[in-house]
Design a binder for this molecule. Sequence first.
Ligand code: ADP
Ligand code: MG
Ligand code: MG
Length: 273
Amino acid sequence: GSVVADFEVKDMIGKGGFGQVYVASRVSSEKEKVALKYIIKRRQDRYLNIDGHSKPMLAEVAIMLRLMKAPQCPNIIRLHDWIENESDCTLILEYPESCQTLDRYITDTLDMNENKARRLMRQLVQAVRFCVERGVFHGDIHARNILVTTPRLELKLIDFGCAWPVTRMPFYSWKYQGARCYTPPEILRHPKFFPSMANIWAIGIVLYEIMHGRLPFYDRQSIMVGDLHLNPTLSSACQDLISKCLIRNPVRRILLHQVEEHQWFNATSPNAV
Ligand code: ADP
Ligand code: MG
Ligand code: MG
C-alpha cells in the first residue's frame, strides 16, 4: 500500500460519501495498527470554536478531543492524532485488535443470548454516559458505528461525525443527521427537536437488533405508528427495557439513569457464561 506520513496503508474497511477508512500500520512500530479516516472537506462541514482551541476546528475532531482528555473511557474509540490541510482531514484512530462492527457481529453470532447482550449494552450505556458527562451528544448511534472485539466482547463507540457539543444547545442546535432506522419519531417530525432523548431511542433499537437479528422499524411509517414485535421468549426484564426505550413520546421515554438502573442489567439467567 501507499505510505501516508508514518503509515503503511492497507485494506479499505469503510466507505461513504465523506471519504474512506483504511486500516494501516505505523512504519516506525510495525505491529501497531491504526484506522485512518480520510475526510474530504465540504462546504457544509461544521467547525467548532470550543474548549479554548485557538481557531475553529472540524467538529468531529473538536468533539473527539474533548472526549480524549483524561480520564478516558475504554468504550470510546481513541483519536491518536489528525492531519489536516485545506482540502481534507485524516483522523488517526485506534484500531482495536480483532474487531468487527456490531451489525456483522450480530449476523455472525448464532448463539446470541441475553448475557452477551447485557455485556455489550452495559458498555454502550457507559459510553453514552461518558459523552453526556463531557457535554457531547453522539447523534448517530447505530450498529455500524459500534465496534465489538472478539472473544472479549469489548465495545467501542465510533464516528462522531454527527455529534454535537451539548453546551451549545438549545441556543442553536444542528439538524439531527443520524441513521434513519434509528431516528426517533419526534426527530422525524421536527429535525431540530431538542435531541437528548434520541440517544435512548437508538439504544433501544440496538438492543432490539442484538436480540432479534433485525431492526424493529424500517421506514418512517413504522417508526411513527408501527407495532413493536418482541420475541416472547425474551426475559420480561429485557422486553420491558426495550419497550421503555422505544416509547414514542420523548417526554415519557425512560431516562439514561433509569436505563442504567434497570433490573435487566442485574439479571443473571440460568445459562450465564
Ligand atoms: P462515516 O462517518 O462515513 O459513517 P465511520 O467513522 O462510521 O464513517 O467509519 C466507517 C466504517 O469504517 C465503520 O462503520 C467501520 O466499519 C470502519 N471504521 C471506522 N473507524 C474504525 C476504527 N477506528 N477501527 C476499525 N474500523 C473502523
Ligand atoms: Mg459511521
Ligand atoms: Mg458519520
